[in-house]
Write a protein that binds this ligand. Structure first.
Ligand code: PEP
Ligand code: MG
Length: 723
């Protein structure tokens, strides 16, 4: 199989070789033309005229069934088997037995390998196994472009232009090069005729792997929960059957790395149908296989981030993303959701983000040219000249808009009917602060403090935090900064905190709940904040307050720390304003006293919306179902504004929706006078507000509400078009 030849010739030789050695009349190779269709690409025994003519959809007939289920079909009576489809052009009706195995690579479907015979016989387990090994080698050879030739199914891999249609995560357009978070390991030598040598390589790598897992275990120290997880991981590393299967693969003629990958592919196929518990375990195995592959091939090092890098990953946590720093020009994820914290980081950096770009991690190679269009949620991989030039026009238009925003940067935001609206920016990193003067923001309305905790591998120290916070206040040059205390839990998991086994983390032990139950870290953070202010005015808010008591209790902690700092002789802040984030619907209905006690309230629309509609902010399936401009949600906003007005409490909105021009316009029309958003949104939002008559927009909203509309969006959009 390893002999050099042209693509088609090579395929033809392989089918001959397999049919002869398995003593079957037929051997055929079907490869994918596209995601959904397979094409007969080589055959010995079927009608040769059917090659590149016979096609079937995934799921269609026995061959399509093998592809869909990613599992072998082995039958002595093919025509009598459920799903059989007769294809007259192939002349296959005379064959009774059928054995088909998937050709796949790490979960990616590439094709199906089939043998058939006239004699009605069930293939033995050894025969199935042998054909699977051949399929594995075929998969590696396909990856390496060994079968490139005429026709769609034989097109070279990783060369063509591909368009990925995903979901918009962050607007903007950029041109750059792919930088894979998990680089592909490519096996250039799948077969070997020296099983002894390969076996020794495997054993050596497995030994190294085991040692590294043992080290992890000893480093876990006394943390029993962490130990438990690593113990389970270790069990896999020491699994005899895993090693035995790989050794069998090597004896069948595979190299050590090909054997690891074959078992990994099989495990991934099982993972798809596994229950959540088993899937979790198989993920451990996947992780171990990746480590082994990297050891054996010496590949997989990400290398340094190149100039113009667009990060491509299956998914990524905020901590991992932050580790890349601000060198990225864009991010394209295969999964991911708009509400996740990784998305918020990308938004803070104002780099285009595309989510749900299915298949991109298997198609893209590091260094491939890529165009990212965040507005439409699409990415062009390896674009041709036509696409490139159209994209250039788009980039130029975006630049024009930026110039317009720059021209209104120093204009105060006052609507056409004379309403003053404060526009603030959200931040979370020291590196965000330079955006304060360039965006025209009037201060930082939300400083998310958890990002410093997420990027470290242990709890940061008080002195370190105080220095950082002080730097933030300095950089704001007298403009207000609202610090939010640590908001962890849910999707923001600290690597060094015990993972909580909670059935529903978004509704679980998070944010202020952790702070109040285990106040140590919160108190340390409060001390750091008090010291950082050192006589300057201070604004602080507590996240995720669901009832008045929680706010009063958190404030009591702050007061205690204030007294302690005073007794130690530290300088106290100037004016101290203590606020709460309103992120749960319950708080909108809190006793009047709460609104009187809080110095200010900031509406955390991301969480508020998810709890109001009971729709997970990170679940793409449900997230878009409920419009922010739904009358129910706008009525809740109206209620909060009214209650704050009654108690004369300052109120702002700091969720992501504040940065969307039409949403911001409607919030302002409902009475919100302070909006906090990512810096890049300030220009577009100010642009619309300066030209708006908020009284008129309010009347449009009310008319739509009175008319019984579910969302006021159509009415508002129509009004904006008319204007
Ligand atoms: C929110 O929930 O709207 C918010 C601003 O907080 P975060 O996105 O950090 O949860
Ligand atoms: Mg929140």
């Amino acid at each position: 199989m390893a002999e050099a030849a042209e693509g088609q010739e090579r395929l033809d030789r392989i089918v001959d070789l397999v049919a002869t050695s398995m003593a079957t009349e037929v051997c055929s190779i079907y490869l994918h033309r596209d995601e959904a269709t397979l094409e007969l690409c080589a055959t010995r025994g079927l009608n040769p005229d059917a090659v590149h003519v016979t096609r079937m959809r995934v799921g269609e007939g026995l061959v399509g069934g093998v592809a869909r289920r990613r599992a072998p079909v082995n039958t002595a009576d093919a025509p009598g088997t459920k799903g059989f489809r007769y294809m007259p052009e192939t002349g296959e009706e005379v064959f009774s037995s059928f054995l088909g195995v998937p050709v796949q690579r790490l979960g990616e479907r590439l094709g199906v390998l089939v043998v058939q015979s006239k004699e009605a016989r069930q293939f033995t387990e050894d025969e199935v196994y042998a054909l699977e090994v051949v399929a594995m080698v075929l998969a590696e050879m396909t990856e390496l472009g060994a079968f490139t030739g005429e026709g769609e199914a034989l097109k070279p891999r990783h060369r063509q232009q591909v368009l990925f249609k995903g979901v918009m995560g962050q607007e903007g357009a950029t041109e750059g090069v792919v930088f894979l978070h998990d680089p592909r390991v490519v096996i250039s030598n799948p077969v070997s005729d020296d099983p002894e040598k390969e076996g020794a390589r495997l054993v050596e790598a497995v030994d190294k792997l085991r040692l590294s897992v043992d080290r992890m275990l000893s480093q876990a120290g006394g943390d029993s929960e962490q130990k438990e997880v690593i113990e389970a991981f270790r069990m896999f590393a020491y699994s005899r059957s895993w090693l035995r299967r790989m050794e069998e693969d090597i004896n069948a003629g595979l190299t050590a790395e090909a054997a690891v990958e074959k078992e990994q592919t099989a495990a991934r196929a099982r993972m798809r149908d596994a229950d959540p518990y088993l899937r979790e375990r198989l993920t451990d195995l996947d992780d171990l296989s990746n480590r082994l592959l990297r050891m054996l091939t010496g590949q997989g090092d990400r290398g340094t981030v190149p100039e113009g890098a667009v990060l491509v990953a299956r998914n990524i946590g905020p901590g991992e993303l932050l580790e890349y720093g601000r060198k990225l020009k864009g991010v394209v994820l295969e999964e991911g959701s708009v509400g996740s914290h990784a998305a918020i980081v990308a938004r803070a950096w104002a780099i285009p983000l595309v989510l749900q770009a299915q298949g991109i991690t298997t198609e893209a190679l590091s260094g491939d040219p890529i165009l990212v269009d965040g507005d439409q949620g699409i990415a062009h991989l390896r674009p041709d000249d036509m696409v490139r030039s159209a994209f250039g026009e788009k980039l130029a238009m975006a630049q024009q808009a930026q110039q317009r925003y720059a021209s209104i940067r120093d204009t105060k935001c006052v609507s056409e009917d004379g309403q003053r609206i404060e526009l603030m920016m959200n931040a979370g990193l020291m590196a965000d602060l330079p955006s304060l003067p360039t965006s025209g923001a009037e201060g930082v309305g939300l400083f998310r403090t958890e990002l410093q905790f997420l990027t470290r591998n242990k709890v940061p120290r008080r002195g370190e935090l105080a220095t950082l916070y002080s730097g933030v206040i300095d950089a704001a040059q007298g403009l207000p900064v609202v610090f939010r205390t640590l908001d962890i839990g849910s999707d923001k998991v600290l690597p060094y905190m015990k993972a909580q086994d909670e059935p529903n983390p978004a509704l679980g032990w998070r944010a202020i709940r952790v702070g109040l139950d285990k106040p140590g870290v919160m108190r340390m953070q409060l001390q750091a904040l008090l010291r950082a202010h050192d006589g300057r005015d201070m604004n602080i808010m507590f996240p995720f307050i669901a009832q008045m008591e929680e706010f009063l209790e958190a404030r009591a902690h702050l007061t205690r720390e204030l007294h302690r700092e005073a007794s130690l002789g530290h300088k106290l802040p100037g004016t101290l304003r203590i606020g709460a984030m309103l992120e749960t619907p319950s708080l909108a209905f809190a006793p009047r006293r709460f609104f009187e006690e809080a110095d200010f309230i900031s509406i955390g629309g991301n969480d508020l919306k998810q709890f109001f509609f009971a729709a997970d902010r990170e679940n793409e399936r449900v997230r878009r179902r409920y419009d922010t401009l739904n009358v129910s949600f706008l009525s809740l906003i109206e209620k909060i504004v009214t209650r704050c007005t009654q108690s004369d409490t300052h109120v702002s909105f700091c969720g992501e929706d504040a940065g969307r021009p039409v949403e911001a316009l409607c919030f302002a029309a409902m009475g919100l006078r302070c909006l906090s958003m990512r810096p890049a949104s300030i220009g577009p939002v100010k642009n619309i507000l300066l030209k708006a008559d908020l009284g008129e927009v309010r009347r449009v909203i009310e008319a739509a509400r009175d008319a019984g509309d579910q969302s006021v969006r159509p009415a508002v959009m129509e009004y904006l078009r008319r204007r």
